[in-house]
Structures are given as C-alpha cells and as structure tokens.
Design a binder for this molecule. Structure first.
Ligand code: ATP
Length: 512
C-alpha cells in the first residue's frame, strides 16, 4: 500500500461520514477529529469487541470509568509533570517546529547509512572472501564515520539524561544539521515542551488550582486500585479495564487520526504477584495478538516490536505494530510496569496501596502488566485493511469496505426495487422486525446498482431487495457484500442468516 491509497482512505472517510476534521467550517483544528454517523458506529463496535473480550471473557477483569480531571499530584507521582516532555526547536527561516531529539536521531541514522553502504560496497567487491568484522575494524572511512557517530551519540545520550537543552542545541549546530525545508541553520533555543494540556479549576478569586487533561487513562485505574479490589472482593491476579479520552499536545501531529491531540484509549492494568510479572507479560502478549488476528485482516499485517530502551519503570515492553498504508506502526503497547505506579502513589498520597495475599499470608505492592491500545489507531488500521478498490467483470470499479461483519456500522440495507406498489411498505415492515437486533438502513433513491455501491462503500455486509414477488410469497433477494452473489430467501429466514455472521458473540468465541 502507498501514501496514495492513504489519501483515498482519508477522503473516503469524509465522503461517507466516518471522520470529519474538527471545526471544519472554521478551517479546522489541527490534529483533532470528529466521528460521523458511520464512524461512531464502527468505533462503538471496536470498543465493544475490546470491552467484551476483556470483561466478559475474563472473570477476573472488571471495568471502570474514571474522570478525565484528577488531582494534579497524580501527574507528579506518575512522572508526567517532570518527564512527559519533548525538546522542541524552531527554524527561524521556515518557521517550522521540530523535535530536537528527532533531528539528532535522523543525523545519526544518516551516518549509519553511510557506514552500511560502505560495507555493502566492499562486500560486493570482495565477494566470498569478505570479512565484515575485519573491514569495520580497519577501513579508515568506516572508522572515521563510526568515531564521529559514537562521539555524537555519547554527547546526545548524556544531554538527554541531564535534560541539558543547551547541549542539544549545540550538537545540532556542531553537526551542521540544516532544516530540511529552508536548508538553513538558523535555529532558536531548544525548549522543553510538556505534552500535557492544563486548565484551571475553581475561580481565580479563591485560588484556582491548575489541573491537567489526562494524557493516559491508566492513572485513573491505579488510583482506584484499592477501591475496586476491596468493593469487588478481587483476588490477585486481576485486571481493571477502562475506555476513555486522553489528551496530548503533540508537537508534530500528522497522519490523520494516527497522531491526534485528543484521542481515545482502551487500557487494562493487570495486577499480579511480584516475580510473576514476566509470565503474565508473555500471556497478555499472546492474548492481545490473538484478538487482533481474529479480525481476519491477515496475520502478516502484524508484528511485535520489543523495546530495547525501556522506560525507567518498565522491565519489559513490546508494541503490536500493524501495517498501515505508511508502514508498520504501533497500535498497541504492552508493558510490564513493575510496582512503579502504585508505589509512587503510595509515596505521594501517604496512603497504603497494598494487597494482602491470603495464600502467601503477607501484604505486598502488586506488579502490573498493562495493555494499552488507541481506539483511533485501531479504527485506522481496520479501515486501511478493509478498504479495497475492485475492477468488476463489466469493467466498472467498486470501492468496498471489507469490514468484519461484527464491526460494520450498518448490518443490513433494505431496498425496495421501486418506490411504489406497496414495496416501500413491505421494506419498512422487514426493518420493523429486524431493527431490534441489527442496525438497518432503508434506501429507495437511485437504481439498485447505485444503492449496492453505496452500501459496499460503507461496508454493509447484507443488502435485501424487496420486489413484486416479495408481496406474493414473502421472499426477498439477499446480496452478499464480498462475493456480490444473490439468492432468494424467505423473509422469516433473514434474521438467522444475518445473526450468525454479524454476531459479536461468534467473534468472541474465536478467541475465548
Ligand atoms: P507514540 O510513540 O506513537 O507516540 P506512545 O508510545 O507514546 O505512542 P503510549 O503512551 O504507549 O503511546 O499509548 C498507548 C496507545 O495509545 C498507543 O499504542 C496508541 O495506540 C495510542 N496513542 C498514543 N498517542 C496517541 C495519539 N497522539 N493519537 C492517537 N493515538 C495515540
């Protein structure tokens, strides 16, 4: 897939009511999006599939819905106030903003490329007898580049560790890094930029308090750990799941709903005995990958990407990446967070957040495995995988969304062949019996062919056409989205035919 297809998916999303730019009539708000009439249905179905897979399939996982506003000290304890930062720098000529660390990382990657090309060239020249290790140790050009890289890398790592912003800037100047747009080295100072949005709670007269819009939903789970454990009489191991909005003031926000400033997360924190966390980490990796693959987009579209560099609180971390039109990208993170969060909240709040384990007859601070997936990224991966342009036998093309039937926004379209002779009434009758189970759509405008295309474009798995024969023998034509095949069936059989395929239950059974 290519950027070109990606552009088509973005415009398809708008044209068919899946995703709109926020505040569009005011020229939009950057990296904020609204879900339209189709988008909200698809999004709700994705959320339901995740929620049920957590809360129905696991007796020991329960859900909560915590507030977006939380006590500001929570974000001190979690490390977000001090460390949820990106260093940014502006180019005075292009007026473009960059992440200083990314500019340096790109520079280092260029040196790596140079060295690797040198090695490849030599490998070709020497053929079989090529000794790569020896070449890397002795070739003067490689050695020179490698030394330069090591030196810059060491300075860079130290500057990041010490949060030394001046040094970051100095590295950019010393390496003569230019702005890719203006081509100049006219850089501003480097500033630390915290990704959290803040606002004020209470009127200023009585001393307003600075509060944050949560940058992740997880902390709402941690601070409710004991509430849920006690009131739900939960025994370790157990999990708490939550779906909700999160906010990050991303510096470089692009790629549609891949990187947004307001987005939604589905997170689950699983509390375990210390020492058992790596087994649970392996287990949740497997469970989550199975969930993704169950949607049938093709196993080759997923891969794990283990983190080499772990966050200070983690002792294992991996991403589930999906092949987006612009390459493999993170959709979900699975992290072994040790007891970092609970222990830190104990320290900052002064309240004990421990669990008494009756089997071990002792209290401890549980360790945590987190699974964290972005609803919007899941939405984008679902659409990217489902979007297809097909050339039909008659030479026409159709755009079809091959969505898993359980996720499709509309399950069934009911189409009277003509707008008269009692056919619309018959169609409405069918909808009135099926609407309690399935989201149905009635459409009588344009030719049947055009109406089929419209339903293909929003991924409706079934179209039912009501014709004159229907009035006589209570049968209709049902058309299947993927094969475009049609068959005549009795109206009272429709419910069974459709239910089987669109049922969330059947999808859950494939993983449960
Ligand atoms: P990235 O490296 O892409 O910024 P991250 O590692 O910061 O992501 P996490 O903090 O692990 O992401 O968040 C968990 C999940 O939340 C991600 O896997 C992603 O699906 C989603 N997510 C994070 N940031 C955004 C965003 N700005 N827009 C949309 N989804 C996001």
């Amino acid at each position: 897939m290519s950027e070109d297809v990606f552009k088509k998916i973005v415009s398809h999303c708008k044209e068919y009511g899946f995703v709109f730019q926020s505040s569009e009539i005011y020229d939009g708000l950057s990296a904020v999006y609204d879900y339209g009439q189709m988008g909200v249905e698809l999004k709700n179905n994705i959320k339901k599939y995740w929620w049920d897979s957590m809360v129905l399939l696991n007796e020991n996982v329960v859900g909560i819905d915590s507030a977006i506003f939380m006590h500001p000290t929570i974000w001190k304890a979690s490390g977000h106030v001090d460390a949820f930062n990106d260093p940014l720098i502006d180019n005075k000529d292009s007026k473009k903003r960059y992440r200083a660390d990314v500019l340096i990382e790109d520079y280092l990657a260029k040196i790596d490329d140079k060295v690797n090309k040198e090695v490849e060239k030599a490998a070709k020249r020497f053929g079989e007898s090529f000794d790569e290790a020896m070449f890397r140790q002795t070739n003067p050009r490689v050695l020179e580049n490698q030394a330069k890289r090591d030196e810059v890398h060491a300075r860079f790592a130290k500057a990041l560790n010490d949060s030394n912003l001046e040094e970051l800037r100095q590295i950019i100047l010393d390496c003569e890094i230019v702005d890719p747009i203006s081509g100049t080295r006219n850089w501003t100072e480097v500033r630390q930029f915290n990704l959290m949005f803040s606002t004020e709670m209470g009127s200023t007269a009585d001393g307003a308090m600075k509060v944050y819009l949560r940058p992740e939903t997880a902390q709402g789970i941690f601070v409710n750990f004991l509430n849920v454990q006690k009131t739900g009489r939960m025994k370790i191991p157990f999990g708490i799941a939550q779906i909700g909005k999160a906010f990050r003031n991303e510096i470089v926000a692009r790629q549609f709903i891949f990187r947004m400033r307001e987005f939604e997360q589905m997170e689950m924190q699983f509390f375990v005995r210390p020492g058992e966390e790596l087994d649970w980490f392996a287990k949740w990796k497997e469970v989550r990958m199975k969930w993704h693959k169950s949607l049938g987009f093709g196993d080759n579209k997923y891969r794990f990407h283990d983190h080499d560099k772990l966050a200070h609180y983690a002792n294992a971390a991996t991403d589930i990446e999906f092949e987006m039109p612009f390459g493999f990208k993170e959709v979900e993170g699975i992290h072994s967070r040790t007891d970092f969060d609970l222990a830190s909240h104990e320290k900052f709040s002064g309240k004990k957040l421990q669990y008494f384990d009756p089997e071990l007859n002792k209290s401890y601070t549980p360790y945590v495995i987190e699974t964290s997936i972005g609803v919007d990224r899941m939405f984008l991966s679902t659409l990217s995988a489902a979007y297809a342009e097909e050339v039909l036998e008659d030479g026409e093309t159709r755009v079809v969304l091959r969505l898993p039937a359980a996720l499709a926004p509309i399950k069934l379209a009911v189409l009277p062949l003509v707008k008269k002779d009692g056919l619309p009434e018959k169609a409405r009758e069918i909808i009135d019996t099926l609407k309690f189970d399935f989201k149905c759509q009635y459409d009588e405008k344009d030719s049947i062919g055009k109406r089929y295309r419209r339903q293909d474009a929003i991924g409706t798995p079934y179209c039912v056409t009501v014709d004159h024969q229907s009035l006589q023998d209570n049968t209709v034509t049902i058309r299947y989205r993927d094969t475009m095949q049609q068959e005549r069936v009795a109206i009272d059989k429709l419910s069974d035919i459709i239910a089987d395929k669109v049922s969330m239950k059947n999808l859950l059974k494939t993983i449960g």
